[in-house]
Ligand binder design. Structure first.
Ligand code: KG4
Ligand code: ZN
Length: 340
């Protein structure tokens, strides 16, 4: 099946054409990051307006890059949630309109479901597996038994890992979103230079907490004002990155032991992080676990990832009804209740 997929949940307008939920024919991502950087975070109203401006050109580009025309599309997959309602509505309305005009089915997909299945665009994977999803809004461990069959094992009780990266970067004087820059600077820093907490690491659960780590960075910067650039900044970045990776690796190891899973998928924007990729590779090497972390272009927000579940649902008669609406919040565990 030739699926057109569309993503507008936050600050990226994206469209892709994917064959059989596995082969990417095109993937176009138009980022608004520079626009929101000026405000230190995503401004929902601006995001919606920018999506409105970019949605048609991005879809046209995706069709052109794939060497096809709209009439070739056999189904449409689109992010239904979670995300900013106004932003979601732009992609969702476009998807519905295309599906109605072309008389093809459409399906509303969970954004995180796209992230955790993006690895299928690179290689076939076997179920079940453990998934660690780390993004701007999520830090979740899922037991994945099949497409649509997700059980949350643990999640953050406050900030997500990406949120902690971006908020800490802001405290250190970096532009939004600073996650990738902390990663880059940490390569030249000493991870043992600043003593930072590992919140909830030894609480015996699979819960995460990152807001205390951000507060510790704030307190450190208040006591030791930073010069930019400086070795002190690099050291603080490296120490922060080490703390985040310690917690993520520790809890992932605990979840692997608890579930007995033999495969691990790490996904979401923070999965681009060089320290996390290295730590997960070491962990999986030690535990003889099969590890999949998609290439960075498939970890960040993109539309191709939505076509993996999208193609599955459309091919199995699970298209969405015309009346379906977007949703700002959506529990992944509830998806299995919709399956036959
Ligand atoms: O998945 P994503 O693109 O969007 C959401 O669904 O949230 O993730 C974005 C998050 C941001 O917080 C960004 O700072 C973070 O991923 N990120 C990184 C890196 N690249 C992106 N965090 C740490 N290290 C990176 N290299
Ligand atoms: Zn995302």
């Amino acid at each position: 099946m030739l699926v057109l997929s569309i993503e507008t949940s936050c600050d990226e307008t994206a469209a892709a054409v994917v064959r059989d939920g596995r082969t990417i024919l095109s993937s176009v991502v138009s980022s608004q990051v520079l626009i929101h950087a000026e405000y230190g975070g995503v401004v929902p109203e601006i995001a919606s307006r920018k999506h409105l401006e970019m949605i048609s050109p991005v879809i046209s580009q995706a069709l052109r890059d794939a060497g096809i025309v709209m009439a070739d599309i056999e189904g449409v997959a689109v992010t239904r949630g979670p995300g900013l309602s106004g932003a979601l509505l732009v992609g969702f309305s476009a998807a519905k309109a295309i599906a109605a005009a072309r008389k093809v089915p459409f399906v509303g997909v969970h954004h995180i479901e796209g992230h955790l299945l993006a690895a299928f665009l690179e290689q076939p994977l076997e179920f079940p597996f453990l998934a660690l999803v780390v993004s701007g809004g999520h830090t979740h461990l899922y037991h994945v038994e099949g497409i649509g069959r997700y059980t949350t094992l643990g999640r953050t009780i406050d900030d997500a890992a990406g949120e902690a990266y971006d908020k800490s970067a802001k405290i250190m004087g970096m532009a939004y979103p600073g996650g990738a820059l902390i990663d880059k600077l940490s390569l030249s820093g000493n991870p043992a230079a600043v003593a930072l907490p590992r919140p909830l690491m030894h609480d015996g659960t699979l819960r995460f907490s990152f807001s205390g780590l951000k507060t510790a960075v704030l307190q450190h910067v208040a006591k030791h004002p930073l010069t930019v650039p400086s070795q002190e900044l690099n050291d603080l970045c490296a120490s922060f990155q080490q703390a985040v990776c310690d917690v993520l690796a520790f809890k992932t190891e605990a979840a692997l032991k608890q579930t007995g899973a033999r495969r691990l998928v790490v996904a979401g924007g923070v999965a681009c992080n060089s320290g996390l990729r290295r730590r997960m590779a070491q962990l999986c090497d030690k535990m003889q676990i099969n590890l999949s972390i998609p290439a960075p272009s498939l970890c960040g927000d993109n539309a191709a990832m939505l076509a993996v579940p999208g193609d599955y649902y459309l091919s199995n008669g699970l298209a969405s009804p015309d009346s379906l609406d977007v949703t700002a919040t959506w529990d992944m565990d509830s998806i299995k209740e919709l399956l036959p």
